[in-house]
Design a protein around this ligand. Structure first.
Ligand code: 13P
Length: 245
């Protein structure tokens, strides 16, 4: 499988930041891994042409293809921009917008139906971890959020412990290994053989300084990076570490 270095810009970035995408593409014009940036929605169209070497994705989509849903974007609309990926079920969407596993499942299915690759986010809270409930929570989120039509080609899973996002905290490498092995096993039971090649990303405070260690963990096939994806300078070492993994 081709590994994936994905950046989630969240609610950051204006037109002047498109140059970061161009710079990343120029630095990795023959990359051995896939490179993806998910900018805020207003930048999708210009981002698609910023570099031929960087794929572009959205950060959310509606479950319906069209209709009376003010402020939302549908998966076919996102596909129409030239974007090829969409993140669904990020913990910030689950928290800020009350998205449930059922919502995320419907969005992921809509994304795949529209020809997009869905990046489905899961991850435990600190309270879940302290309660020893991490693997139960991951099992519940996978069962609920990953649609039956998911394959290695149309779906990516991002494991993002909520407590590691934007905090500078990361799980131990053993904790990451345990979570990723569990996710692979659970997906195999849920989806069958296609799960073997499905890309599993780690997300949460990934930086140039810790990327190589994280990418050496079994079943870590890339990263979903927030803050350290906002500039080419910060994102480049993470891509390099993934290429060298
Ligand atoms: P940070 O890399 O800023 O911790 O964010 C991770 C994340 O939420 C990516 O989706």
């Amino acid at each position: 499988m081709r590994k994936l270095a994905a950046g989630n810009w969240k609610m950051n970035g204006t037109q002047s930041d498109l140059a970061q995408i161009t710079q990343i593409g120029a630095a990795f014009d023959a990359a051995s891994v896939d490179i993806l940036i998910c900018p805020p929605a207003q930048l999708l169209i210009p981002a698609v042409t910023a570099s031929p070497h960087v794929a572009i994705g959205a950060q959310d989509c509606h479950a319906n293809a069209s209709g009376a849903h003010t402020g939302d974007l549908s998966a076919p609309q996102i596909r129409d921009t030239g974007a090829t990926y969409v993140i669904v079920g990020h913990s910030e969407r689950r928290t800020d917008h009350g998205e449930t596993d059922a919502t995320v499942n419907a969005k992921a299915a809509a994304a795949v139906d529209a020809g997009l690759i869905a990046i489905i986010c899961i991850g435990e809270t600190l309270q879940d971890r302290d309660n020893g409930a991490t693997l139960n929570v991951l099992a519940q989120q996978l069962t609920g959020s990953v649609p039956a039509l998911a394959t290695a080609q149309n779906t990516v899973i991002a494991y993002e412990p909520v407590w590691a996002i934007g905090t500078g905290l990361i799980p131990t490498l053993d904790q990451i290994a345990q979570a990723h092995a569990f996710i692979r096993e659970h997906l195999t039971a849920q989806l069958g053989a296609t799960a073997a090649d499905m890309r599993l990303l780690y997300g949460g405070s990934v930086k140039g300084s810790n990327a190589a260690d994280i990418f050496a963990v079994p079943h870590v096939d890339g990263a979903l990076v927030g803050g350290a994806s906002l500039t080419a300078q910060d994102f480049a070492p993470i891509i390099t570490a993934l290429q060298n993994a």
